[in-house]
Structure formats: C-alpha cells, structure tokens
Design a protein around this ligand. Sequence first.
Ligand code: C5P
Length: 284
Amino acid sequence: MSGVEYAYAKLNLALDILRKREDGYHDLRMVMQSIDLADEVSISPRPEPGMTVYTDLPYLPKDEGNIAAKAASRFFAVSGLPPVGLSIGIKKRIPVCAGMAGGSSDGAAVLRVLRRMYAPDMPEERLAEIGALVGSDVPFCVHGGAMLAEGRGECLSPLPSLPPCWLVVCKPAYSVSTPELFSKVQVKKLRCHPDIPGMAAALEQGDLEGVARRLYNVFEDVLPRKYHQIFEIKSSLLGLGAMAASMTGSGPTVFGLFRDHSPAVQAVEVLTAQYPSVYLCRPL
Ligand code: C5P
C-alpha cells in the first residue's frame, strides 16, 4: 500500500506576537488560511528501515533534517506502531523558506497519509498533537482551512475561510531566517497589533472588506532595511488594485487580496516580470 496527498500552503491573514516564553518560543495570535498552492507528497514502504526523502530540489535534506522524515519518525514513535521503512517523495511547488509553511505542510501531509495507511482510527486531534512535536505550524497544516492559532501556533480554533477572492502571492529571491526575525522582536516596542477579534468577526460575516482592512503582520515592524523589496512588492500590489497586502509568516513572501479576477491576473503579469516566484491563488 502507498499513498499520495496534497500539502497546501498557508498565508497569515494576521500575525501578532504576544510575549516571549520561558522555553524560547513566543506566544502568538494568528489567523491562518490554507490556499490552493500545494506540494505533492507520496509515500511508499520499502524493505530497508528508516526514512528517505526524495524531492525535485536537490538541496533539501533527505534525512530527518527534512520535516517530512521527522514527522514520519514521530508518527511511529508516538503511536507505538512498529516503524516501517519509507520512501517519501515530494514534488515541491510551494517556495521554500517563504513563510508559507511549505515544510510544515509536507510534514502534515506525511502524517495524514500514515494515518490512512496504518492507523485509520486515530483522531485528527491526535495527529495534530504529533504534528506539534515536529513544528509549530504543523498542527494547523494537519487540519487546514482557516483557523485562529494561539500559543506557539498549536492551539487552534476553526474559522470560516475567506469569502471567494484572489490572492496574488509574490516571493522575492531571498529568504528570511525565522529564528533571526523572532530574535529582533521586542514585544513592548511593537508599534501596532492586528485587530484579530475584528478579523475573526469579519470572516464569520463573510465580509472580505472587513478582513482586508485588518490584514497585518507585526514582523513587518522589525524587518531589517536590507529586505526593502518586501515593502516594494506591497506597494506594487496596492498600486495594481489589491484591497490590502501583507507579508505572510516570517516572510519574505507578500500577498495581495483581490476581489476580482482580472486585476489579479494583471498584477501577476506585472510582478512576474520583476520577481522569480509569483502565483495566483484562491483560499481553500
Ligand atoms: O516550531 P518551529 O521549528 O517551526 O519554529 C522555528 C523557530 O521559530 C523556533 O526555533 C523559534 O526560534 C521560532 N518560533 C518562536 N515562537 C513560535 C514559533 C516559532 O519563537 N511560536
């Protein structure tokens, strides 16, 4: 038996940092939304023990340095099932180190496939708990959709997804280190915080305008100057008709929210001429 699963990217519609914790992590409050940009994850058992990851990007780790292999090992260790040797294949479409949870989503897809193959009675909540051992965004990726995420990111409450709209997603050529950006945050010095209850209410009401008004990511406040392209992409998106634009996660990817298809397509055309990774997406 083998299994294939899509691993969907996420965007942060809002991201707030509440405090630094004793364990070195930060307490966050975020609104996360899955989108239809996805990697394809396939798993096949093999006679040799251990996990090996094969991707179309040769620089990604093949061993437990890859979150997909780590997720598979944790699945067997925590569930108590006898470990099975696995080949994990990943067709990468989500940009890497982009703030879109590409790796976390691959890990979550591995967990979903393994549950289907070896533990069909395991509740999704249990799978998300295993995911939390692998990475802060993995529990969200196990469930997908739209969620309020708190704590390290693992305390989840479902929300209605964005109403129908278009998301123009654009990543500059470089990456931003998540731990490095967290280390720049002094919570008391953050100038503003997103209105997350207001955004949750707007999602409940299907009010796209209300969501757009509240898109905000506090990481933008602490971005070093060298990442100025992030702000240039935001300005371009707004100039091209986006209702709002924001960075997702710890960046550097930026997205713009469009009600209508044709200005979104035009924005993709304009940005594609300047940036390496531009996508037209929809919320799931
Ligand atoms: O949990 P994950 O491995 O995805 O986190 C990567 C890094 O991001 C952590 O090592 C930590 O530096 C930072 N982080 C944090 N607070 C969170 C999530 C991540 O400080 N809630």
